[in-house]
Design a protein. Structure first.
Length: 510
């Protein structure tokens, strides 16, 4: 038995020396993880329930006006709405869309890495990418992060190839990728002026890969990229202009310049008010989210790779560009808001540094054990450890698939759905929920306190059928005579009320 296991591990080690086998292993892993997520996910992330899947369903069932949200990137939602209109569950539709981008990134990443490392190293970089647990966690769950890093890596690949005097197809695909990243993640619009600026500056260099570049060629390429990107972005801007009056791909861009544009209907109850953070605390939170989102083991390896490149005097301008790109994003997240999943793009972006560091460590290991008699056994033991780490990462990343933490939320949703069928079967129940959008989504009801409309003052607001709030907020509604408490099917820290006298949808709240 032990001999059989050793032979299997030996074959795995041999297969790991073939770039084709390693790349196919990465692709196969991404496909399997996506399959498991699409068909076996039970829980739903709050942002997916509150925004992405919810509005994909609204567009599919109620029309574009009901589901268009000017303050979020709409690409994934629109793609998800198409699948939802075909009869697929909205959450499942969003998972399928995010998984497609997750799998597609494997192909783009391979070409991107081959600009800097060998094909075998590139293949291993793809494998490291697909097994990163934090990246799995947010790439196969209906969120929009996978689209962001797919377009980022694709854009960088065609950009780096273009500056090496590439062809017109590189210009076309670069423009498409830059347009895609802008409509998939609002803050990534900085990529467009940044890359165009670099294209225009390149002719100032007169050596290396820039020797054949010219002002005319680069200006022409920059104009073409701008036009193609504008063709991708403009339809989204036009719809936003129609609904909000601002020709932007994401209304939050306009809000950053004009704070008075923020939701007028949104209110902050005393329990919702967040304490203002100091500059030092905000910096620490931003850097902490960055470090966590870039996946600490990979990021530390990437730092080692940077040191090795500098020490060996093999640093290239592309590496500096990557770091500048990260610093710009850090500045944006410091200014607006930060979450660690926003930094997932760093994993594929810095993968050249990561695989360079791993290659160095592999060489160091082989040199140390070169004359060791039991090197073969050490190799096999090391391979066994690596396999154990890989499976532990996969198990960690798939937590959202096998988790059943949302059972009680679905039970509440089922109760709300039954209430609608018994009391208001002619229309959707209107649910005003605080901090529990998952229950509203699974119930199929209409979210009154939605991302689009904002939260109203529960002390006076009456335009709802059901009110679902945390128990800690009961003190704000105890004085109301129009609310009747309903028994929830599960014990939880939430309370459900029905409204005895809801106002009509067209009535104006004084």
């Amino acid at each position: 038995m032990n001999l059989f296991v050793l032979n299997i591990l030996d074959k795995i080690i041999s297969a790991g020396k073939c770039c084709k086998h390693v790349f196919y292993a990465a692709l196969f892993t991404a496909v399997i993880l996506s399959f498991l997520s699409v068909f076996f996910s039970y829980d739903i992330y709050r942002d997916t329930a509150n925004v992405y899947a919810y509005y994909a369903r609204e567009i599919a069932t109620e029309g574009i006006a009901a589901g268009w949200v000017a303050r979020v990137p709409m690409l994934n939602i629109l793609l998800g709405s198409i699948l939802t209109a075909l009869g697929i569950c909205a959450n499942q539709s969003m998972i399928i869309v995010s998984c497609i981008f997750y799998i597609a990134t494997v192909f783009s990443l391979r070409r991107y890495l081959e600009l800097f490392v060998s094909p075998l190293q590139a293949a291993w970089g793809c494998f490291l990418f697909v097994i990163a647990p934090k990246l799995i966690r947010f790439s196969v769950t209906g969120l929009i992060d996978s689209a962001r890093y797919f377009f980022l890596i694709t854009a960088l690949f065609f950009f780096f190839r273009l500056v090496r005097c590439g062809k017109m197809r590189d210009v076309v695909f670069l423009g498409l990728a830059l347009g895609g990243i802008t409509v998939s993640r609002g803050e990534s619009i900085i990529m467009l002026p940044l890359l165009l600026g670099v294209l225009l500056v390149l002719p100032l260099f007169s050596q290396g890969s820039f020797s054949n570049c010219s002002w005319y060629r680069n200006i022409k390429n920059a104009v073409c990229v701008s036009v193609i990107s504008a063709m991708v972005i403009s339809p989204f801007c036009a719809v936003n202009y129609y609904f909000s009056g601002y020709f932007v791909p994401d209304l939050r861009m306009a809000e950053a310049l004009y704070p008075q544009l923020k939701q007028k209907n949104a209110v902050q109850l005393p329990g919702m008010i967040k304490e203002t953070s100091s500059a030092l605390q905000k910096t620490g939170d931003t850097l902490g989210d960055f470090f966590r989102g870039s996946y600490e083991p990979y990021f530390l390896l990437a730092l080692l790779g940077m040191v090795l490149l500098i020490y060996r005097k093999k640093w290239r301008w592309e590496y500096t560009f990557m770091i500048v790109l990260v610093l710009l994003h850090l500045g944006i997240y410091y200014k607006i808001t930060s979450a660690y999943r926003y930094s997932l793009y760093v994993i594929p972006l810095f993968m050249p540094f990561t695989v360079i560091a791993l290659t160095f460590l592999k060489g160091w290991y082989e040199k140390q054990f070169e004359l060791f008699r039991a090197k073969k056994i050490c190799d096999i033991l090391l391979a066994a450890c690596v396999i154990a780490v890989i499976f532990s990462q996969l198990y960690n990343g798939l937590e959202v698939v096998y988790s059943r933490d949302d059972i009680w939320k679905r039970q509440i949703a089922s109760y709300i759905r039954s209430y609608q069928e018994k009391n208001i079967p002619s229309r959707r129940v209107r649910v005003a929920a605080l901090r529990l959008p998952e229950a509203v989504f699974w119930s199929g009801g209409e979210s009154v306190f939605s991302y689009k409309s904002g939260i109203r003052d529960i002390r006076t607001f009456r335009d709802f059928d059901l009110l679902l709030i945390p128990q800690s907020y009961m003190k704000y509604v105890l004085h109301r005579k129009d609310l009747i408490k309903l028994p929830l099917p599960v014990k939880c820290e939430y309370v459900l009320f029905k409204n005895q006298a809801p106002v009509t949808a067209g009535e104006i709240e004084l």
